[in-house]
Structures are given as structure tokens and as C-alpha cells.
Design a protein around this ligand. Sequence first.
Ligand code: PXL
Length: 269
Amino acid sequence: MIKVATIAGSDASGGAGLEADLKTFEEYGVYGMTAVTLIATMDPDNEWAHGVYPLDEATLRAQMQTIFKGVGVDAVKSGMLGTEYAVDLTAEYVREYKVDRYVLDPVMVCKGANEALNPGLNERVASKLLPLSLVVTPNLFEAGQLAGVDTPSSIDEMKEAARRIHGRGARNVFIKGGSKLVGASSATDLFFDGTDFNLVDGALIDTKWTHGAGCTTAAAITAGLALGLDPYEAVSRAKKFITLSLRGGFALNRWVGPGNPSLWRKGFN
Ligand code: PXL
């Protein structure tokens, strides 16, 4: 059995975070494990405002020991880390266990917000984790932050950000969210392996129910890598996976709605 792990937050509403990762791993037919960094909650009495409850360092380290020393992994993903020690433990275990297929999803904000929750932490993620990553999966905002430039607003600016992020140590850079560029008529993401740029195109799905799309995409890339795909193949398949999932997007309540990754299993691919 192919085994993958996610080091991520739990989203109590189930659409993002490690819940999205596990659902995606299941669709890919790989065995998923979790090191929980924090629990994210949403307040129905206060416009779905997010609460963040980190787990302490010893609890996180114990989960890392379970996974890396106790079992072993074919690929690893990290998502919302939330604390300095979660960043440091991720770097320590990826390095010590020589994890080659490590996907860094540099989660800085939940959807809607466009302000980094913790700029100091983002810099720590960039300096400690980019050099260990096989693939990094920023959205436009995160790409700007990692690259030290304004949020890209054109394909050329996405390319420049990708170049800079590659220069900081990521072996492959996948910038998501070209659909947000002015006038975009398709969902165009950008893949850069340090030599060539590839535009990864998908249909632009007209839905506001996209909660967890970033987590799902990075989890799909991780599972694809674990199954032996090369980075570009893994990204291309993940793009099909998330496009299909978003076609099945649905409302959980008036504030939030996730995609539906199970459409993949149901044969809509
Ligand atoms: O989608 C970003 C994200 C990642 N991880 C967790 C989250 C969210 C957004 O809600 O809750 C745990």
C-alpha cells in the first residue's frame, strides 16, 4: 500500500484542511495519515468567524514519531502549520527521514481574506520549507508573499514570482488561481520546473462553493507523486481532479461550501 501523510490543521466544517486531504487520498487509493497542527473552528453566531486552536509541541512531535519513525511515508504534504514549532518540526522530520516527495502548500489565509495572518511565520515557512519541497503550491497572494513581490496580476507576473520562488529552493512551483486574473476566461495555473513554464488549463467553474480547493489540489499532487507520477504529471492530474470536484461544489450553509471529490470515484473523469 502506498502511504502518504499530511501535516495540517483540522477544519471542523470538513471541507478544507486535513479532512480535504484524507478525502482526496481516499479517491486516489492511497493510505492517509495525519499530524494535526491545529483545529480550526467557525462560529455560526458570528458570521462564521474562524477560531484557531494549535496543538502543543509535544503532541505534534508524538504524531510525527508515529508517522515517520513508526510507519514511513511515500510522500508528505504540509498545509496550515500555524506555529513556529510546527514549521520547525516539519523541516526536521522531512529532512531526517529524507522525504523526497514533499509538497508544501503555503497556506497563509483562508479564502476571502487577503491579508497574511502572520507575516513572520510566512517568512519562516519560506526559508525553512521551500528548500525541502519537491512542489510548492501557492495561490496568487501566497506566491507574491513567497517571492517578495506584489500579488501577481498577469501571467508574466506569475512567471516572475515562480522564478523567484524557485530561486529560494523549491524544485517545482505551481501557482494556482490564474482564473482570478482580469479577463480570464479559463482557470489557468502555472507550472515551473526551473527551466520551462507550462500553463495548466482547466474549465473555469462558475461556483462560489470552493472551500478547500487549495488543500484538495495539493493533496492530489501529493498522492499522484506517491503513486509515481512526475511533478508535471501529478499537477496535471490534480488539475483535472479539482476541476471535477468543483463541478460538484455545494453549500454547507449560507457561508461556506466545499467541492465534491467523490465525483472522481463515481467515474465522471
Ligand atoms: O483552505 C485553507 C485552510 C487550510 N487548513 C485549514 C482550514 C482552512 C480554511 O478554512 O480551516 C485547517
